[in-house]
Write a protein that binds this ligand. Structure first.
Ligand code: PGA
Length: 251
């Protein structure tokens, strides 16, 4: 059995006041929910505050990115060591915004995955196709290419501990979510590809869906056999919405 996981990706949003309120509300709303792993990925500077607010409760904290160098002269970057020291257990790698806006390649993302895992963080590895790629019938090919890059560099043995998030780029922040069936088809394909490399680990690996998940569509998505929770952007910025999604994963 795979324990569902719901991770909130705040992206470049939030403030100390917002974090204080949201952590308190999520903390309170989690009482009675025991069947879901909950992760919050705030901007770096809010990590210590979120970690402290979680106060040993069942909310883990993650980074949104990392640099792969050993600590040293890399102005503006954050290493796995710094993330771990601040309380992070997880880190998102390969988010489509980093691929599209910051030029991160499959190879760099694979390298980040390897370093994150080796240093003791659980990577949440994002895969997903653009609208053009979907319309060209290339979804399977793109997602497989992104996954194989990770498997080649980081090794299949990082699974089932490492986590995958399938996030169709056309569904991120657009309000346009994949249908339950569209998402399930890609999740099943990802699991099949994983099984080729690591047959034992594939069945236990959590594959999250991301892209305009909301309390209203979460239950349908999470009821699919290969969808094990969600990576949530916009809806993770409001405690009530985030909790609604967590409750959907718990049922
Ligand atoms: P969204 O973002 O939920 O706002 O679509 C998801 C993500 O980018 O991880």
């Amino acid at each position: 059995m795979r324990t569902p996981l719901v991770a909130g990706n705040w992206k470049m949003n939030g403030s100390r006041a917002m974090a204080a309120g949201l952590m308190k509300d999520v903390h309170a709303g989690l009482s009675g929910i025991s069947g879901v792993d909950v992760v919050i990925c705030p901007p770096f500077v809010l990590v210590p505050q979120c970690f402290q607010a979680a106060d040993g409760a069942s909310i883990a904290v993650g980074g949104q990115n990392l640099d792969t160098h050993e600590p040293g002269a890399f102005t503006g970057e954050i290493s796995a060591e710094i993330l771990i020291d601040a309380g992070c257990e997880y880190v998102i790698v390969g988010h489509s915004e980093r691929r599209a806006l910051y030029g991160e390649t499959d190879e760099l993302i694979a390298h980040k995955t390897r370093v994150a895992f080796a240093k003791g963080l659980t990577p949440i590895i994002c895969l997903g196709e653009t609208l053009e790629e979907r319309e060209a019938g290339a979804t399977g090919e793109v997602v497989t290419r992104q996954l194989v890059a990770v498997l080649d560099e980081a090794g299949p043995e990082i699974f089932p501990q490492a986590i995958i998030a399938y996030e169709p780029v056309w569904a991120i922040g657009t309000g346009r979510t994949a249908t339950d069936g569209q998402a399930q088809d890609v999740h099943a394909l990802v699991r099949e590809q994983l099984a080729v490399a690591n047959s034992a680990g594939a069945q236990s690996t959590r594959i999250l869906y991301g892209g305009s998940v909301k309390p209203e569509n979460a239950a349908g998505l999470f009821s699919q056999p290969d969808i094990d929770g969600g990576l949530i952007g916009g809806a993770s910025l409001k405690a009530e919405d985030f909790l609604g999604i967590i409750r959907a994963a718990n049922s």
